[in-house]
Design a protein around this ligand. Structure first.
Ligand code: ADP
Ligand code: ZN
Ligand code: MG
Length: 495
């Protein structure tokens, strides 16, 4: 409780995360029910995930494989043997009144993830990552739908038993912006591994712990001793479901704590709920402690030997490694390489095009044109998954000089995205094929004949005259000539 006796200016923000990610398996972690979300509530359920008496769990191998992949990606230790525990608590979304989770022998221990914040690379310690089952979901109805104002609550067990990985970081973050960067990187890694679907509603949920600690406790490099970390009263903010939400909730909580400390009030160790629509955190209850959960071994699941799994299960090249390789191999800027590795699909597509044509041209087309136009339409690369062949063809048309880059971008690509047209068809219909050399030469001669004043101006040394003539030729060729070529042809003809 040193925090409230120091001044506001002397405080350091300390944040640690517990991130829950749903693993993208076909079936639930302890039964064969599908994990695919459905509209109908309580449809994908069975005696196991409803917690009926006598039902026994059977561990899903695919969930364990995903966990091992995550462990490899964060460079964690994977023990020879891992085991499951029961975490006991009563809540309507938890039909058994306990959650099967992992306790003292989690599948991943002591990992790390590198993030980049404002151009600086930093490593975040991941204390552990363990497997557990997702509870069901609650829907608060009436009274505005708020958790504290609803008239009643509906419960849906479709989600109960979906495999989750809980990833617990050390209290390594010093600002909400760092948290946002971490979540973005984590999500990228999980998607690369193919174990996670960011598009699924509620597939990533964050509990964020925040405390304010006296700056005197911190070393020059920002390290804070264990004792001070443990002594600080912190709040745990629950119900955060996006990167942006995490940053907002934490900025709110940071300000709230600072203000309280400034007014001489103590920070309560408590659990708070992030109310996304109101943009505030509200107190829910005093924080549970570990002993409240009465952890004990899950006797229905034997310990699982995973020795050797780490060596056997392969993972793809991860975003950070790929980013570095792109920079070295294709001579890309840090910014371009980051954009081009933002998802595995973007990176794969870029490499495809870069290897066939030219890395620079491919970078412009994928990072700037394609992603730019998609972004403008609020689309992702996954939305044009089946049409990347067409984009590939468009780049080919530019690479082989069959259409101008300007037309490719402003006409063809836009029509392709808006109407689903085929690039060759757009070129044909709009007559965008680059005009043949003879035709351009013909237009050059005509432009000179028809504009003696401009020719005279040019001969008198007026710089702008040639641009006027270029414009005339462009008009005659319907914009399908290359302005640089036209300029050269004109100068040659005028000599
Ligand atoms: P508990 O036993 O209360 O759950 P843990 O040691 O398991 O505590 O840590 C839970 C989370 O709290 C971790 O993400 C950790 O980084 C974070 N945490 C620990 N100390 C602090 C602190 N002083 N300020 C903010 N977060 C903290
Ligand atoms: Zn089931
Ligand atoms: Mg904990």
């Amino acid at each position: 409780m040193t925090a409230q006796t120091v001044q506001q200016g002397d405080l350091v923000t300390v944040i640690g995360l517990e991130v829950h990610v749903q693993l993208e398996t076909n079936t639930k972690i302890f039964c064969g029910c599908p994990t695919e979300p459905t509209e109908e509530p309580n449809e994908n359920v069975c005696p196991v995930c409803l917690g009926l008496p006598g039902a026994l769990p059977v561990l899903n191998e695919a969930a364990v494989e995903s966990a091992v992949k995550i462990g490899k990606a964060i460079d964690a230790d994977i023990p020879e043997e891992t085991r499951f525990h029961r975490k006991n608590y009563y809540y309507p979304d938890l039909p058994k009144n306990f959650q099967i989770t992992q306790y003292d022998e989690p599948i991943c221990q002591h990992g790390e993830l590198e993030i980049s914040v404002e151009g600086q690379r930093r490593s975040v310690t991941i204390e552990r990552a363990h497997l557990e089952e997702d509870p069901g979901s609650l829907q608060h109805v009436g009274g505005g739908g708020g958790i504290d104002s609803a008239e009643y609550t509906l419960v849906n067990y479709n989600r109960a038993g979906v495999p989750l990985m809980e990833i617990v970081t050390a209290p390594d973050f010093r600002s909400p912006a760092e948290v946002r960067a971490f979540l973005a990187e984590l999500e990228e890694v999980l998607e690369y591994l193919g174990v996670f679907d960011a598009g699924r509603d509620g597939s990533l949920r964050v509990d964020a712990n925040l405390s304010m600690i006296s700056a005197e406790e911190a070393d020059e490099d920002g390290t804070i001793g264990l004792e001070a970390l443990e002594a600080a009263n912190r709040t745990e903010v629950k119900n955060i479901s996006s990167h942006k939400g995490a940053e907002k909730a934490l900025v709110y909580e940071e300000t709230r704590q600072k203000n309280a400390i400034q007014r001489g009030r103590a920070i309560e160790q408590e659990t708070r709920h992030w109310d996304e629509s109101r943009g505030i955190t509200v107190s829910m209850r005093s924080k549970e402690e570990e002993k409240d959960y009465r952890y004990f071994e899950e006797a229905d699941l034997p310990p699982l030997r995973v020795a050797g799994w780490k060596a056997e299960i392969a993972i793809p090249e991860l975003p950070s490694a790929r980013r570095e390789r792109f920079q070295a191999e294709y001579d890309l800027s840090d910014e371009a390489a980051s954009k081009l590795t933002s998802t595995k699909q973007v990176a794969d597509f870029y490499e495809d095009v870069a290897l066939e044509y030219d890395p620079d041209l491919a970078a412009t087309w994928v990072a700037d044109e394609l992603l730019g136009e998609l972004n403008y339409r609020d689309m992702e690369i996954t939305d044009v998954e089946g049409r990347l062949e067409d984009v590939h063809r468009l780049v080919e048309l530019v690479a082989e000089d069959e259409i101008t880059a300007k037309n490719a971008k402003e006409v063809v690509l836009r029509e392709m995205l808006d109407d689903g047209s085929d690039p060759d068809a757009v070129v044909e219909a709009a007559g965008l094929g680059k005009t043949g050399e003879d035709e351009v030469q013909q237009a050059v001669v005509e432009a000179i004949e028809e504009n003696p004043d401009a020719v005279a101006d040019h001969e008198a040394g007026e710089g702008g005259a040639i641009n006027f003539l270029v414009g005339q030729v462009m008009q005659k060729t319907g914009g399908s000539a290359d302005p640089g070529d036209v300029n050269q042809l004109l100068r040659a003809e005028l000599e």
